[in-house]
Structure formats: C-alpha cells, structure tokens
Design a protein around this ligand. Structure first.
Ligand code: PMP
Length: 435
C-alpha cells in the first residue's frame, strides 16, 4: 500500500494553502498516539494545534458521536435541536454568560463576534456603519478569513491590500497595541475610544510570533499576560464603553490549566468569548486537518448578544446534533476528569523535567499548563528549531515548530510516562543536532 512518501508527494501536487505540517501521513490515532501509514507510532505533542485536548477517540466522546449519527445527524438549522438548547444552557451557565451563537470554525466564531460587536456599536454607541473599529494586539492570531485576517499583524506584512481594513493598527496614528502594555491601550482609548467597538484579545496568546513573518522579529510564542493586565483592560473597556472579547479558540478548554485561560486573572468577565477547536475536539481518525464535527461558539452577555436577529448568524452545518452530542460529552470529560487541574499538574512536571534535562541551545521556556514554547538559539551551526523538530519526528515525537521555536501542546490526557519520554526525546534531539 502507498507509503508516507507517496502521500507527501500527492498532497504537494494537488493541495494549496494549509500549514506546512511535517511529512507524516496519518493512518489512525488513539489517545495521545498517532500511527502513520507505515505503521510507525508517534507521541503527539501538537494535538492538531490544541484541538485534541481530550485525546483521539476518547471512548465517551466517540460513543456520543456515533450514537447520534444513527439517531439524527443534522438538525441544527431547520428544526430545533434539543441537544443544541441543552449545550447552550450548559455552557452559558458554566461560564456565567447568557446566550451563544455557533458556527463551525474558530475564524467564523471570531467573525461572528466582530459582526455582533459592530452591530452593537452602531445601535448602542452610534458609531456609523462600517466605521466601528475592532482593536487587537500585536502578535495576535484570530483566523484567516476575510474579516479575521486583517485583525492580525501578518496582514500588514503580507496580505494587506486584499482584505478590508479593521485592524490591527489604531484607527488614527497607525500604532500597534502591544500585548500586555496597558498604557498604550489607555492612550488609544482616550483618543479613539468613540470609534472603537471592541477590544479583542487572546487572554493567553497561542500563535504569538508565528504569524509575524520572519526570523528577524523575535517573539516567543505562547505568551501569558503580565499580572493585572486583563483586569486593567476590563476596567478601561468599561470606562470607555468598549466591548471586551476574549478569543479562547486555542487557549480554552483546559489547555493552560484553567477551563478558560482568562480565569487565571481574578475578577475578569468579558462581554463575549470565542471558542472553537477543543469544543468538539475528538475524532476517530486524524489526518492533520482539525475538525470532524466542528463547532465554534461565541458566548456572551445579553446586552450584546441580543442585537443578533434571526438569520443573521448561522451555517447550514452549524449546531449539528452530532457536534452538540460531542460538545456535551467533551464538557463531561473536562469536568469529570478534572482536566484543567490535571493539566496544571502535568505542566509543572513538563517544566521540571525540561529544567532537569537542561537541553542546550534553549533561550527560554514560555507558557503554562500544557501550552509551552521552547525558544531556540539558532546561532550554532546546524542548530535550528526546524531541524530539532525533524529529528524528534524521526524519533517518534511530533512537536510544533515555527521560526526559532518548538511548540508543545499535547493532548491533556497524555500519561505522565509519555510526557516525560517525549521531553527526553526532545532534549536529546537538541543535543544531537549540532553539525
Ligand atoms: N483564534 C485563535 C486564537 C486561534 O488560535 C485560531 C486557530 N489557530 C483561530 C482563531 C482560528 O480558528 P480556525 O482555524 O478553526 O478557523
């Protein structure tokens, strides 16, 4: 049967776009182990970029999906799906919100939040149509659709002329809001607050630096905000009547050691939250493109969400009962298996093991929970994050990699034993790559 090389070449021939993933053609996966078409096993330290938080084919989640497929596969839009209403009630109560809208991808959730915020700004703040600004920070990532791409710095670099202008620079002055810098935000709100509908920020940045475009700009990925930042942001937003939106698409659902990453900060409750990825993070088969029955969510307070009218936000495949069944089962797993506490504990183990092994060429270890980046000093001949990642792949550990960083985001259900084993492989690879 065709081997990995065969599929690597086929893909290169016929597929455009996507992320330059490592050449591993996947056959199946279970828990935190991926098996390729050649029968080789890997410890997955990527989780399809923080989707498979509960591992591949978690028995309860997979069962919920399969049972629902037989019962009623699609009814989210044309009829009322009891599972949808049930999920909406459960997730809003859990996190202290009033209502949700759902789409399929993380980008669409963010787009929907942008739509809601702009409509809110028009009706509640008298900002003229099409003039409401969505302020974001440097090094953010919110997706690559027409309305989300221009929110990220990458657009300014690479794609600026092809997308509408809604960010990431300040409306006047064209400044970039540095993530973690409260003074520049205060200054901007003072000057431009009347034009700003919302401040959209990843409470913990996932792709920070990976999208900026180049080794010339050194930004470690996975950034936690400075202490007190999110609370100060909330206070400023209240003062200027600006909505606060947290994008938890990647950092949510236990990844950082809290159910949602903004919960690390005390007394913070945004107006809207976007969720995706791990909400339905389970599949029977993995093929390096996330999402089997995907569902993304915007949840928010009624003073914002109630501006949405019928038919303004939906998708044919949205709120599919299979996705809802999976989302409910995923919430059960999150709660019953105390995933966030477990992740916090395993994160400490990850950090301790790395410090003990003390691999060479490491400038910095950043992150928390099971959401870490290792910043590599690439000044020694042969030493690059990419080569290190290629070597760990050969040795059976799949890590994320971008510019001079290795990224770790394993399934949160990974065993302690395999977590430590993977860190050993990574550390040894960093020792072995020098020319
Ligand atoms: N927001 C954040 C914070 C993300 O990390 C991502 C995806 N990496 C997105 C939005 C976009 O999600 P999707 O790829 O599902 O459209």
């Amino acid at each position: 049967s065709p081997n990995t090389q065969y599929w690597v070449e086929k893909r290169a021939q016929h597929v455009r776009g996507g992320f330059p993933a490592f050449p591993v053609a996947v056959e199946s996966a279970k828990g935190h182990i991926i098996t390729d078409v050649d029968g080789k096993d890997y410890i997955d330290f990527i989780s399809q970029f923080a989707v498979m938080n509960f591992g591949y084919s978690h028995p309860n989640i997979t069962k919920a999906a399969v049972d629902q497929i037989y019962k009623m596969p699609l009814s989210g839009t044309a009829h009322i799906s009891p599972l949808y209403a049930q999920f909406a009630e459960r997730i809003t109560k859990k996190f202290g919100f009033d209502s949700i809208v759902t789409m399929l991808s993380g980008s669409e959730a963010v787009e929907s939040a942008v739509k809601i915020a702009r409509k809110w700004a028009y009706t509640k703040k008298n900002i003229p149509e099409n003039e409401a600004w969505i302020l974001t920070t440097d090094q953010c990532y919110h997706g690559l659709t027409l309305a989300t791409m221009p929110l990220a710095t990458v657009v300014a670099k690479n794609f600026g002329q092809h997308v509408p202008k809604v960010g990431p620079f300040t409306p006047t002055g064209d400044k970039l809001i540095q993530y973690g810098d409260i003074d520049i935000l205060a200054e901007t709100f003072k000057q431009d607050g009347h034009r700003i509908a919302a401040f959209l920020v990843e409470a913990v940045q996932g792709w920070a630096g990976l999208v900026y475009g180049g080794v010339d700009s050194f930004y470690p990925s996975t950034r936690f905000p400075p202490k007190g930042y999110l609370k100060a942001v909330q206070d400023l937003c209240k003062e200027h009547n600006i909505l606060l939106i947290f994008d938890e698409v990647q950092a949510g659902y236990g990844r950082t050691g809290k159910d949602l990453s903004y919960q690390h900060a005390e007394g913070v409750q945004p107006d809207m939250v976007t969720l995706g990825k791990a909400v339905t993070g389970d599949r029977e088969r993995a093929d390096l493109e996330p999402g089997f029955y995907p569902m993304s969510v915007v949840m928010g307070k009624s003073h914002v969400m109630d501006v949405v009218q019928k038919s303004e936000i939906l998708s044919t495949f949205g709120a599919c009962p299979v996705a809802c069944a999976v989302a409910l089962a995923a919430l059960d797993v999150l709660e019953e298996e105390k995933i966030s506490e477990r992740t916090h504990r395993l994160g400490l183990l990850l950090e301790k093991t790395l410090k003990e092994l003390n691999p060479p060429h490491v400038i910095e270890l950043r992150g928390g929970g099971l959401f870490y980046s290792l910043v590599i000093d690439e000044s020694t001949a042969g030493v690059t994050a990419r080569r290190a990642a290629a070597l760990t792949t050969l040795r059976g550990v799949l890590v994320g990699c971008g510019f001079n960083r290795l990224r770790f985001s394993p399934p949160l259900t990974i065993t302690e034993e395999d977590l430590v084993k993977a860190i050993r492989v990574i550390s040894q690879a960093l020792r072995d790559i020098e020319y």
